[in-house]
Each structure stands twice: as structure tokens, then as C-alpha cells.
Design a protein around this ligand. Structure first.
Ligand code: GAL
Length: 739
């Protein structure tokens, strides 16, 4: 067999900021350009705050010996790595590709490639050219030019792994599991996308239980596919109640490589909701004296349901049909109110502690924020639809309360429209015709209403923000009925000398806090968002924050969720009732940051890990998914009342890791009832067995262990507790200390 060759492009490229189409020309003299590496963004290589256009160029000899690579060798593949955000690719002066695709030969070079709503920043760029394309100069110097446009934060070619190569059969085989099959009947299709090669090999489908290691399905087919041909296969297996993976493997005849794809199967752990009432959610609630209070009793169970509240302090009243308590309490104090819910299947009661004092958000906020699904395409209708879904899907019966608009509601900075009214009041854009009505509509459902702004002149999405209008905006927010403000650093960064400087970070946040507490007719919870700069957890409470982001943005990818979820342990001691660390929003369900949504790329196991970890860390639980598209799995994942109760526990302790060994992390949280919530996480790529050393963790006697997701006691254990955990999965348990 011939030697398989590649041309490595992980070398220094030439780099220039700005834009000029002449830079694509092969004879353009780039000798005075700076050099840059392609394994990190330009921001980390001396262009810290640069955004906009920039060009990368490299001169490279393409050896004719590449043509002798083993079959398939009908084309050249240019792997150009991940590019943040948009790009065009030129070979010897000719446009060959744009963003994710090859362009046609007659495509004109315009700026349209950058005018898209969704960024492609985390997708590897891969272009191909037929081996006989005259554009390729064999054994001679070729010039590759990449025109990049970055719309903010970080930019450029950054992943490394750039090369020129020939394809493998695996490049021409697509394995496509059908998305819409029933839970236990699956379809998968194979597609040969090559124009000239037949594909032959063994295709194996396996369904594997990750806990017992048992295969519940296995079949092998010998497959032969002509160029362009597709084949589909359907198979059936029992609906799983444990972590389960489907593995698809294609072994190409005569080759020493294969194609594989794994797919996590959704499995449901939370038992179905009972018909009898069950009161859920936070059982402590804080408001300041004289400010409007709104508390919807979260109770699951069959409707109609009737509600009672005994011992309400003066100024509050209950709507017995809707279960909404509202009014104002003038006197400071702790008031114990006995809540009752009744329907024709039964009855439940619990005590709610209403604390009229200085503190808000005595438990982490639970709600929804528009960013992770709608991005800048958010609208009043979409926000109201989310609020309605909270009630209609039953989410509100489990404590989900806040409906928060993120970026994109004010006037776009570059628009010709007036950003503010003549009196300076901030205006909404056409997608939000009536913010006050939206507030009223949300409150009428018993839910709370949040908004977003920045201390800078513009938000991160470049919409009008609060710089020099802080007091006026706070008043306007109060007028609109806002209960929660997320205040995002964004363009204020440009007004700072050093974004890490606490001295510079504190004033803008303090100023808005002053505005929010300056004789407004309502309480507005204050969510600080500056990505953890200057260790915000050390001073966030002092500047009036009820919560603060501890990290940059999350997205639906295991590595990112892992980094954020298991990181920043040092912040834990600063979290507590009324002041929470915020590791960013949840990424379950349908997400997408723009008009086009996709199902989260976290596997079911990763989603159980995500929600368990956020609950253990007393994190704000802010959904970011399209609530009109909730499937059974997602709904089940976010309505487990025992998991939610861990998050909403009134002690407000944030879990920390007590064991980190062989890729198992054990996180433990103290609960107000004296018991412990413990998450055993397997962060490795393999399924694992693990023995929890109870005695080493301080449990001297035998303890009762409960499986929190299944809401079921497992049994009594002494010294050790043995369990199996799927790769990237979790077992969330409650340990009853018996004290
Ligand atoms: C980011 C912030 C995101 C989102 C976005 C809006 O800075 O971290 O959560 O609010 O801005 O543009």
C-alpha cells in the first residue's frame, strides 16, 4: 500500500486586520504582514479587542505524490479548522468555499457570507476540490487566503489541525439516525455521498445498557452501496429505564479504519406525576416591606385544584382558584403561612416562610431566559408564548417562575430610529410593541418578568443599553413591571482600562444597584453578568447583586458544560440565600441562539449530569429552550420535584467536591433537614463501577440512601455503597443521616 500523505498547515500564517479583496490574489506581496498561529484566536495573539474583517494567507507546495494516496483519491480536502465567526476560502485567487460549504465556480465574491443570523464559530471548515481541478498547482507554490469576519468576543482560525489531504471512504459515508422515531423503534440510514466510489463493508448496530453492560440488540449487515446510494435499516429494542447507547459501526472492506457513531437513548427516571396535590418548589420567599409580592403556589396534581393559605400577613390575599398570593406587607418580619392544595384525589399542605426584610431571592431563581433559544430574534410574542407554556405544560406547578427577556428588545445601535423618547426614556424595538402589557400578561399568570441591559452604551448584541441612563432605565423597568434585571458588562468593557480590575468593575454595578433601590415602587432582583471577571463572587453581594455569573457563556457541548459545571469551586463559599453563583443557563431541550433551533447536543446522561450538578451547586435554574417544543424526556428532566428541592433548599449551601479520583467526582451538599445530597459523577469516556466510601465521608453508622431521580429508596448501607455510572452520567442520591 502507498504511504498516505498529508500537507500540514499548522504553521505560521500571514495575517492582516481589515479588508481588501486584493489580499486573495496569489501574487499579492504579504511579506510585511504579521505572522499568526491557527491554534488560537487572534485575541490571544496580540489582537485582544479586535473584531471585524481580517485575512489569513499561506504559501504552500502541494506535492503531486498526494495523488498516489490510496483510494479514494479523486479529490483534495482542505481542512481549515474552526473559524470564528464567518469566512471565505480562496485558492490561488479563486473563491472555493464560504462558511460551511464549497461555492460554485461562478459565485461572485460579496460580503453576504457574514450577514447571517447564526455564527459558525464552532464548526470545522472542510472544502474539497476535484483532483483534476486546474486551480491546483501540483508541485508548485499555491496561495491559500482566508477572509474572516468576526462579529465579537473572539475571532479567527483557532482550532489547529489544518491540513490538505485526500479523502477516506469514511468521508463519503454518512450514518444518519432518524430523529423522529418512536422511543424504542429506530431507523438509521447510510448514505454513500461519493460520485465515483462504491462503498462496501460490515455495518453493525448495537444497543448497549451502560450500567449492566448487557446488549439488548445486536445485528450485523454486509452492505454494498453504489455511488450516491442510500440504504435504511430499522430495528426495535425495549424502552430503556437506564442509561443506554446505540452504537453504529461501519467496517470498510479491506481498510484499517471504520466509521462509528454513538447515540444516547432518552430514558426517563422521574416517576409520573400523581393525581393528588403535591406542593412543590421553594418554601421560603423574600420581599422588601411595602413592595408588591407575587407568589404562585407551585402544586402538581389534577386540576381543578383549590388553594388555601392560613396565617397570611396583613396586606396579602390569595386567589383560591389560581393559587396566587399577592399584595404588599408593610411590616418587616418572618411569617409562617400554611399552604393547602386540594382536589378530588386528595390534599397536601406545607408551610411557606414569607420573610419581609432586606433580602430577595432566598432560593436560587427558577425560570426561563430567551437567549439560549431565540438569541437576538426574540419577540414579545415568543416571550409570552414561553410564559403560557410555563402554565400549560405544568412547569409552573414545579416552581418555574421567571420569564426573562435577554438581549434584543431595545433599538439596534446602528438603526436610524430614535433610541430614546424626547424625555430620555428607553424605547423598545418593533418586536416588542408593548412591554408594559407583556409585564401585566406575565403577572396575570402568577409569573415574574425579567429584562436585560448593560452598563455600556450598547448591549453585546449592539442594542441600546443603559450607559448614563441608569436611574431613568430602572424607573422605566419598574413601570413595565420588571422583577429581575440581568445587567451584562458588554460594551462597558471598552470604557475600561483593565477588564479584570475590581476597582473598575465595581462602580457601574454599584450604580445600577443604587438605581434599582432608589424609591422604585417594586423590588427588582439584580443579576450581575460580567463572566466572573475580577472574582465577582468576592464582591457581587456587596454591590447589591442577588446573583452573578461566574463564567463565560455556556453552550450545548459536553466539554463546555464540564468546564463550567465542575469548575470555579473557589466561588462556592460565597453563595447563599439572597446571593448566588450563576454558572449560566441550562442547555436542555431545543436551543440555538437564533431563529434556527436544534435539539441539545448533550446526551441524555450529560443532561442528567447538568441538571443534577446545577441543583447541587444551588445554581439559578434558568431554562433556555423553546418551551413550545418540550418532549416527554425534557419535561421529565425538569419536573423532578426532589431534584428541584435540592436546588431550592433553604439552607442555600453550595456543594463542593469531596472525592475526585479516576475521573469520578463526588459532590456533596448539606441540606436544611440535616441530610446530604450527593452526586456521583463519571466524567470519563467509559462506564465505571464505583464504591462510595461512606465511612471516609463521615457517615459512621448505617445510612439510608435514596435515588433522587427515581424518587425511590435504595436501601441501608454501612461503610460502602457500590454503584455503576455511565460515561458522563451521574447518580444523584440523598443520604439520610438519621439525626
Ligand atoms: C452575553 C451573555 C449572554 C447573553 C448575551 C446577549 O454577554 O453572557 O448570556 O446575555 O450576552 O448578547
Amino acid at each position: 500500500m502507498n504511504q498516505y500523505q498529508k500537507v500540514n498547515l499548522d504553521r505560521a500564517w500571514k495575517f492582516k486586520t481589515g479588508d481588501n479583496l486584493k489580499y486573495s490574489a496569489p501574487d499579492f506581496n504579504d511579506s510585511d504582514w504579521e505572522e499568526i498561529n491557527v491554534n488560537q484566536t487572534w485575541n490571544k495573539q496580540g489582537y485582544k479587542k479586535y473584531e471585524g474583517f481580517a485575512w489569513y494567507r499561506i504559501h504552500v507546495v502541494i506535492p503531486a505524490s498526494l495523488k498516489k494516496n490510496p483510494s479514494p483519491n479523486d479529490s483534495l480536502i482542505f481542512n481549515l479548522g474552526k473559524i470564528d465567526d464567518f469566512n471565505q476560502f480562496f485558492l490561488n485567487g479563486q473563491l472555493v468555499g464560504e462558511n460551511l460549504n464549497n461555492t460554485t465556480a461562478d459565485k461572485k465574491v460579496t460580503d453576504d457570507f457574514k450577514n447571517l443570523k447564526e455564527s459558525y464559530w464552532d464548526v470545522p471548515r472542510r472544502y474539497s476540490l476535484s483532483i483534476d481541478n486546474p486551480l491546483i498547482k501540483w508541485d508548485k507554490e499555491n496561495v491559500i487566503a482566508v477572509r474572516v469576519f468576526d462579529w465579537g468576543v473572539a475571532g479567527g482560525i483557532y482550532s489547529g489541525g489544518l491540513n490538505i489531504t485526500t479523502p477516506k471512504f469514511s468521508d463519503y459515508l454518512k450514518i444518519i439516525p432518524a430523529k423522529d422515531g418512536a422511543e424504542n423503534i429506530r431507523k438509521v440510514s447510510l448514505q454513500n455521498i461519493s460520485k465515483s466510489y462504491e462503498i462496501k463493508g460490515d455495518f453493525t448496530i448495537e444497543v448497549l445498557n451502560n450500567i449492566s453492560d448487557r446488549k439488548s440488540y445486536e445485528r450485523k449487515f454486509h452492505v454494498k452501496m453504489n455511488p450516491g446510494e442510500s440504504k435504511s435499516f430499522s430495528f426495535r429494542f425495549e424502552k430503556p429505564h437506564q442509561s443506554t447507547t446505540i452504537k453504529y459501526m461501519f467496517d470498510f472492506d479491506g481498510e484499517n479504519y471504520s466509521s462509528t457513531l454513538s447515540e444516547g437513548v432518552k430514558y426517563i427516571l422521574t416517576p409520573p406525576e400523581k393525581e393528588a396535590p403535591q406542593i412543590n418548589g421553594a418554601l421560603i420567599y423574600g420581599e422588601r416591606p411595602g413592595k408588591p409580592l407575587l407568589y404562585k403556589i407551585a402544586a402538581s396534581g389534577k386540576r381543578p385544584m383549590k388553594f388555601f393559605a392560613e396565617g397570611l400577613p396583613k396586606g396579602l390575599a390569595l386567589d383560591p382558584e389560581k393559587g396566587i398570593i399577592s399584595g404588599r406587607v408593610e411590616r418587616k418580619g418572618n411569617y409562617n403561612v400554611l399552604l393547602k392544595a386540594e382536589n378530588d384525589s386528595g390534599f397536601d399542605s406545607k408551610t411557606l416562610e414569607i420573610v419581609i426584610g432586606d433580602k430577595l431571592l432566598l432560593t436560587p431563581p427558577m425560570g426561563w431566559n430567551s437567549w439560549n433559544c431565540w438569541g437576538l430574534s426574540v419577540s414579545q410574542q415568543k416571550v409570552y408564548d414561553a410564559a403560557k407554556s410555563f402554565v400549560e405544560s405544568g412547569l409552573a406547578n414545579h416552581g418555574w417562575t421567571y420569564i426573562n427577556v435577554d438581549d434584543g428588545w431595545s433599538i439596534f445601535g446602528k438603526s436610524k430610529e430614535r433610541k430614546r423618547k424626547p424625555n430620555g426614556e428607553i424605547r423598545t424595538n418593533e418586536k416588542f410593541p408593548d412591554m408594559k402589557k407583556l409585564g401585566k400578561d406575565i403577572h396575570a399568570l402568577g409569573l415574574k418578568f425579567g429584562i436585560y441591559s448593560s452598563p455600556g452604551p450598547l448591549t453585546c448584541g449592539k442594542y441600546t443599553a443603559s450607559y448614563k441612563h441608569e436611574f431613568q432605565d430602572a424607573k422605566t423597568f419598574a413601570k413595565w413591571g420588571i422583577d429581575y434585571l440581568k445587567y451584562d458588562l458588554c460594551t462597558y468593557r471598552k470604557l475600561m482600562k483593565d477588564v479584570h480590575s475590581v476597582k473598575e468593575l465595581v462602580p457601574p454595578y454599584k450604580l445600577m444597584h443604587k438605581a434599582l433601590t432608589n424609591n422604585l415602587n417594586r423590588d427588582i432582583a439584580y443579576s450581575i453578568c460580567e463572566y466572573g471577571l475580577g472574582k465577582v463572587w468576592e464582591w457581587g453581594e456587596k454591590v447589591g447583586g442577588q446573583l452573578w455569573r461566574t463564567t463565560g457563556d455556556i453552550w450545548d457541548d459536553w466539554d463546555r458544560m464540564y468546564e463550567i459545571g465542575f469548575g470555579n469551586v473557589e466561588a462556592a463559599e460565597f453563595s447563599g440565600p439572597g446571593h448566588w453563583n450563576d454558572p449560566d443557563m441550562l442547555i436542555v431541550g431545543w436551543v440555538g441562539w437564533g431563529p434556527n433551533l436544534h435539539e441539545t447536543r448533550l446526551t441524555p446522561d450529560e443532561q442528567y449530569t447538568h441538571v443534577s450538578l446545577w441543583a447541587l451547586r444551588s445554581a439559578p435554574l434558568l431554562l433556555g429552550n423553546d418551551l413550545t417544543k418540550l418532549d416527554e424526556f425534557t419535561l421529565n428532566l425538569i419536573t423532578n420535584d426532589e431534584v428541584i428541592a435540592i436546588d431550592q433548599d433553604k439552607l442555600g449551601h453550595e456543594a463542593t467536591p469531596v472525592i475526585k479520583k479516576d475521573s469520578i467526582e463526588v459532590w456533596m451538599k448539606n441540606l436544611s433537614d440535616g441530610n446530604k445530597a450527593v452526586g456521583i459523577f463519571n466524567v470519563s469516556a467509559e462506564n465505571r463501577n464505583f464504591t462510595l466510601p461512606l465511612a471516609d465521608l463521615g457517615f459512621k453508622d448505617s445510612v439510608l440512601i435514596r435515588d433522587v431521580w427515581r424518587e425511590k429508596n435504595i436501601g441501608k448501607f454501612e461503610r460502602n455503597y457500590k454503584t455503576g455510572i455511565a460515561s458522563h452520567g451521574v447518580q444523584l442520591i440523598k443520604i439520610f443521616t438519621g439525626k
